[in-house]
Ligand binder design. Structure first.
Ligand code: BJW
Length: 248
């Protein structure tokens, strides 16, 4: 059945001058990227403590790298879906825009998004554990696991944010600024349980912004939403685009 989009929401989208968008794994689900939580989520099969913490990496860098190498292989051939493209198009329509993503898959950039901050890093970047230098590396599979720094020989790590680690300061500041200043905050495909990302829609709401949630499931963020669009991000994006007369 075709999704019905409230008329007031279309009006709010057309009139919004300052828009912030927060995305999570659900925005990439229709592209084929597994989410973390939920019935087919990665955390069903893999333990976050054993793979997505600095302690896990210190204990067994090879195991952690094998998991990231497997995920890089999975993501490499995937393409953005209509939800990524809708968000990229929205960027071009709104004078003041910021996309804040928790995703590390790079699909927003592939869809054309440019005004974006990556709160949890990027799976296509590696960081030297000794020098802190960050480099892009798109080789799939990696020729050596765990990979070593060409310059100093120390271990490289994925340039992502694990549990217990701080988020990149500049990215978080920019995201917080956008949440404070926006008049419409769109939340797409996140379970809203990981902080500080989950606090951003709360900040926006407390400053009077309209909050729109797109998710097939209810989340802890749902009570904040002015409009909750229950459906898959790509399908909802197509319905929104149709209302706005956009191609996505
Ligand atoms: C669809 C769909 C479709 C499906 N369309 N939708 C305050 C309170 C409590 C705890 C803390 C707190 N502050 C900090 C913490 C600790 C911790 C935290 O939040 N823990 C909670 C889980 C309890 N946070 C941190 O440690 C953060 N660091 C930090 O705060 O530093 C300072 C500090 C340190 C220590 C103590 C206190 C402060 C760092 C968090 C890093 C998260 N890292 C990961 C891994 C990244 C690398 C990798 O990918 O390997 O980031 S974990 C994982 O969760 C990943 C995601 O970005 C993140 C969020 O998940 P997301 O995107 O929401 O995915 P899912 O799977 O959860 O949800 C998918 C959603 O999509 C669902 O709702 C579906 O319904 C929906 N969906 N199909 C639309 N087609």
């Amino acid at each position: 059945m075709e999704m019905r989009i409230p008329r007031e929401l279309v009006k709010a989208l057309v009139e919004a001058r300052r828009v912030a968008v927060l995305t999570g794994a659900g925005v990439s689900a229709e592209s084929g990227v597994p989410t973390f939580r939920g019935k087919d989520g990665l955390w069903r099969r893999y333990s976050p403590q054993e793979l997505a913490t600095p302690q896990a990496f210190a204990r067994d860098p090879k195991l952690v790298w094998e998991w990231y190498d497997w995920r890089r292989g999975l993501i490499a051939p995937l393409e953005p879906n209509p939800a990524h493209r809708f968000i990229a198009r929205l960027e071009g329509e709104v004078p003041d825009f910021l996309l804040i993503t928790q995703n590390i898959d790079g699909l927003h950039e592939k869809a054309g998004s440019r005004k974006l901050v990556e709160l949890h890093g990027n799976i296509w970047k590696v960081r030297c554990t000794r020098e802190g230098t960050v480099k892009e590396d798109r080789r799939v599979p990696l020729p050596e696991i765990p990979p070593k720094c060409e310059n100093c020989g120390a271990l490289l790590r994925p340039h992502v944010v694990w549990f217990g680690e701080s988020l990149p300061v500049d990215a978080l500041e920019e995201a917080m600024g956008a949440a404070e200043e926006c008049d419409l905050f769109l939340v797409v495909g996140t379970s809203g349980v990981v902080y500080p990302a989950a606090s951003l829609p709360q900040v926006a709401r407390s400053r009077g912004a309209l909050v729109v949630e797109i998710n097939p499931e209810e989340t802890p963020l749902t009570p904040l939403a002015t409009w909750s669009l229950r459906g898959k991000a790509g399908e909802v994006a197509k319905a929104l685009a149709r209302e706005l007369g956009w191609e996505v």
